[in-house]
Design a protein around this ligand. Structure first.
Ligand code: PLP
Length: 393
């Protein structure tokens, strides 16, 4: 007979999922109720308001898509891109490539603006692409590129798109909760995120928000949205503001309890305080890594505090090191991807996992395994350097 499954107690410091707090895990275990129960409808309304707070928006069409971040991405593209639409897609890592896939599967024409992995999206290149393609309908880009640890200037890119009368689709899967996201102030038209990065909730839900211009575009569609499940006109019938909510699909009830709890925690802490915490822990981690003699892969001004790309020193066995961290320290960090595969590690300090304990634990474990592999690092300096940032010399 197969017995119950008990996972090991890991410390998750990769690119997501991040550590989930006991408060959120506790919320998951509350009794399941019906998805049309009046009490559940109250919960839905509260989640909507909490998401509006997290996204900093008054957009009425703000809701959690019942599937992971990739489904939020797809929801934005299938609803906004019609066959023949030209979409400028910025690519400086893995996720821009997925946007291109989405545009093409919607019958759109993807115009790629490419930047090196580890660099932000170039505003100048996007402006040049607009000049070359004045018939562009949408600009799509990733705010926080999790594959490289780079932050792009979402505010400037949205302002540029607005000046050309072009809608924006912005990937905020890794940014939401970790760095500033201001949908209304920046004039974002459509944005999607995920629950398992800086919101530190379990994976499987994707918060999305659509502004007025995007809603108009959806209503004016002449081609039916190719996805039945992600068609916002249908989803709105269930998540819409009015009282007559119609069955569309069975919402992941308990996952939504968890999302609600994680958003309540974000509200209790406050957005500015959450961002400051991410930044502080990032600075301590970097101080420790640099004191050890390791280098960061991204220039300081573009670094994401929640995703730290570290250069792997010469002669170190990448896979063996990550396996040792996992097996001996129950610590997960991420491998490099694409052009950075084998060259970088990705250390996440996301949401609940962005804390002093994780910074110190990771530095300690990394130093121990690197020394054992004979890497030429400086021993004994990392923890004091991190402690100094934490004000605990
Ligand atoms: C993780 C991630 C996604 C995909 O989210 P899933 O929940 O894994 O489907 C999309 N974009 C970015 C930037 C991400 O980091």
């Amino acid at each position: 007979m197969t017995s119950s499954f008990y996972p090991p107690q890991r410390t998750l410091m990769g690119p997501g999922p991040s550590d989930v707090s006991s408060r959120v895990l506790g919320a998951l275990a509350r009794p399941t109720i019906g998805h049309l129960d009046p009490v559940f409808l109250t919960l839905m309304d509260e989640i909507k308001e909490l998401l509006q707070f997290a996204f900093q928006t008054n957009n009425a069409l703000t809701l959690p898509v019942s599937a992971p971040g990739s489904a939020g991405m797809e929801a934005c593209f299938v609803n906004l891109v019609s066959p023949g639409d030209k979409v400028i897609v910025c690519q400086n890592g893995v996720f821009g490539g997925r946007m291109k896939e989405n545009v093409e599967r919607c019958g759109g024409i993807a115009v790629m603006v490419e930047d090196a992995w580890g660099e932000p999206v170039s505003i100048e290149k996007v402006a040049a692409a607009f000049d070359e393609h004045p018939d562009t309908a949408i600009l799509a880009f990733v705010h926080a590129e999790t594959s490289t640890g780079v932050q792009s200037d979402a505010k400037a890119l949205c302002a540029l798109a607005a000046s050309r009368g072009v809608l924006t689709i912005v990937d905020a899967v890794t940014s939401l909760g970790g760095i500033e996201v201001a949908v209304d102030e920046w004039g974002v038209d459509a944005m999607y995120s995920g629950t398992q990065k800086c919101l530190s909730c379990v994976p499987g839900i994707s918060p999305v928000t659509f502004g007025e211009r995007a809603v108009e575009r959806i209503k004016a569609r002449t081609h039916r949205v190719q996805s039945w499940f992600l068609d916002m006109q249908l989803v709105m019938g269930y998540w819409g503001g009015d009282s007559k909510r119609a069955y569309h699909h069975t919402a992941p009830i308990n996952n939504l309890y968890a999302l609600h709890e994680s958003l309540v925690m974000l509200q209790e802490e406050g957005l500015a305080a959450a961002h400051a915490r991410h930044r502080h822990n990032h600075l301590a981690l970097v101080a420790g890594l640099e004191a050890m003699g390791l280098g960061m892969a991204v220039a300081p001004e573009y670094r994401l505090p929640q995703l730290n790309s570290v250069l792997i020193p010469e002669g170190v066995d990448d896979a063996a090191l990550r396996a040792a961290l996992l097996n001996e320290f129950d610590l997960e960090i991420g491998a490099g991807l694409g052009t950075l595969a084998g060259k970088t590690w990705r250390i996440g300090l996301m949401g609940f996992g962005s804390n002093e304990r994780n910074v110190l634990y990771c530095l300690n474990a990394l130093e121990a395994v690197l020394l054992r592999q004979g890497a030429g690092i400086t021993s004994g300096k990392a923890l004091p350097a991190a402690h100094a940032v934490f004000g605990k010399q």
